[in-house]
Design a protein around this ligand. Structure first.
Ligand SMILES: *[C@@H]1O[C@H](CO)[C@@H](O)[C@H](O)[C@H]1NC(C)=O
Ligand SMILES: *[C@@H]1O[C@H](CO)[C@@H](O)[C@H](O)[C@H]1NC(C)=O
Length: 191
């Protein structure tokens, strides 16, 4: 297992994985990091608030596409992309359009199998979350109790669903798999 990211993660949780620190602006310098993996999981993403409009497009679409291309060149045959609910390259809404464009570009890379996860609001304890996000998370935390699959999904559920998905055999002749929020819940709870 290789974690490819822009900074090294510290702690015993990561003691058994390789880590490659890369500069996503100069990703072609890190071709070797992408070599020799069967399956790739891409959870890259930022927010417009943090990165601005251009930065958001750069990270959520361009870095994602570039990573997918290097993974393919390195031998990866199954790519799993974390996208978002409502992603649609024809959408009038900026966020959904950029996410949809990223999906289209990753599909175009031509993996044997390409899986697109479209979770709703991700529930996690994020240190850097801003107060508005914190409020939304607390509120959704309650809503999520009442409507567990509609509006949100915990990050651990998404991770478990991704793992369960990649070990399942694909369907004959089907290359692209799209998992919506309800399907992620169902698959993420299966052991
Ligand atoms: C790392 O591997 C060792 C040996 O297999 C295992 O005992 C340990 O629990 C692993 N650590 C983590 C964080 O997975
Ligand atoms: C994507 O957005 C377009 C424009 O709003 C819409 O016509 C189309 O039905 C959407 N596609 C999906 C799969 O929702």
């Amino acid at each position: 297992i290789t974690l490819i990211g822009r900074r090294k993660l510290e702690g015993s949780l990561y003691s058994n994985v390789s880590q490659e620190v890369v500069d996503f602006e100069k990703l072609d310098e890190s071709v070797a990091a992408f070599q020799g993996h069967d399956v790739g999981f891409c959870c890259l993403g930022t927010t417009k608030a943090k990165a601005g409009v251009d930065g958001f497009v750069r990270v959520d679409r361009d870095y994602v596409e570039h990573s997918a291309r290097l993974a393919k060149a390195g031998g990866c045959h199954h790519f799993v992309l974390q996208s978002g609910k409502g992603a649609n390259s024809s959408s009038r809404f900026f966020y959904l359009r950029v996410k949809g464009e990223a999906e289209d570009r990753v599909q175009a890379v031509g993996f044997d199998r390409c899986s697109i996860f479209r979770p709703a609001v991700l529930l996690c304890d994020r240190q850097e979350s801003r107060p508005a996000e914190w409020m939304a998370q607390k509120f959704l935390g309650v809503v999520a109790l009442v409507f567990p699959t509609a509006l949100s999904v915990p990050t651990v559920t998404v991770a478990q669903a991704m793992l369960n998905h990649v070990v399942m055999p694909g369907k004959e002749g089907q290359k692209v798999y799209v998992l919506e929020n309800a399907g992620i819940h169902a698959l993420g709870q299966a052991k």
